[in-house]
Design a protein around this ligand. Structure first.
Ligand SMILES: [Zn+2]
Length: 66
């Protein structure tokens, strides 16, 4: 029944967020946790927004952005 389908959809558990390999820039400063998604940076080689250190590109598994 149509009504039942809508009910179970709105009540059901949330779909798990899919995790995907994501390219990020990670701060090279060991005391700093700064990093950003590559897709959020507009520079070739961004500086850490927290400490202005240089950043290394790496891949992390992160929840997918829709
Ligand atoms: Zn930093």
């Amino acid at each position: 029944m149509k009504g039942d389908a809508i009910m179970s959809f709105s009540r059901g558990p949330k779909e798990p967020v899919q995790e995907v390999d994501t390219k990020v820039w990670a701060c090279t400063n060991e005391e700093c946790q700064g990093w950003m998604r590559e897709s959020y940076s507009f520079e070739e080689e961004p500086k850490c927004p927290l400490c202005q250190s240089s950043m290394n590109q790496e891949t992390r598994v992160l929840p997918e952005l829709k």
